[in-house]
Design a protein around this ligand. Structure first.
Ligand SMILES: [Zn+2]
Length: 193
């Protein structure tokens, strides 16, 4: 897709800056609220995707769907949401909607889920580790800082898809999110290769 490389470069700079200025695992965005309110979901901040008509209502509709599991926003349904994402991520690959990391990133763009960026990968004690970032995430972009991440569904999608692509167990932990004070999502990914 046009310009996406340049947009990713720009986001990497911004996100590296935010990581540099974090304190105790909380990013620089203020103020910190107790909870996400319904009205918060209507103002996504998606610079790239906002070029598509009605992106704001598209995102809000997606987020409204998640209110069908009442505790999901507060995080107590994290495991359920993660497993749902795992199943979806695995199916995306096993049913042929994507075949590798590149086509997974294209699919996420086409579906407007977010801009997937594998920033780095390295070997560590028998694991393949990855710094995976998602910009303009459909789940959280523009949401307030509530002091904890919420993208368990997306973490599951990434882990599930990568486990099918790599043919091994993969887990993904969201360390940074709009909802703990950043303007991106960052996942620590670990694959038992
Ligand atoms: Zn997030």
């Amino acid at each position: 897709m046009e310009n996406i490389g340049a947009i990713i470069e720009e986001y990497r700079r911004t996100t590296d800056d935010e990581i540099m200025s974090e304190r105790n695992g909380i990013g620089p965005r203020e103020p910190i609220k107790d909870n996400i309110e319904l009205k918060d979901i209507f103002r996504p901040e998606r610079m790239f995707f906002s070029r598509f008509e009605d992106d704001g209502s598209y995102v809000a509709s997606f987020r409204m769907g998640h209110f069908n599991i009442p505790d999901i926003i507060s995080g107590s349904a994290a495991g359920v949401s993660y497993i749902g994402g795992l199943n979806l991520g695995r199916a995306l690959i096993s049913e042929g909607l994507a075949g590798d990391i590149h086509s997974l990133a294209e699919l996420m763009l086409d579906q407007k889920l977010g801009i997937l960026d594998i920033v780095s990968e390295w070997e560590d004690d028998g694991y393949l580790r990855m710094d995976v970032r998602v910009y303009e995430c459909i789940e959280c972009a523009g949401l307030p800082n509530i002091g904890r991440p919420i993208c368990f569904f997306e973490a599951g999608i990434i882990a599930g898809a990568l486990s099918e692509i790599l043919g091994c167990d993969v887990d993904a932990y969201e360390r940074r999110c709009w909802t703990n004070g950043y303007s991106f999502c960052q996942f620590d990914v670990r694959a038992r290769v």
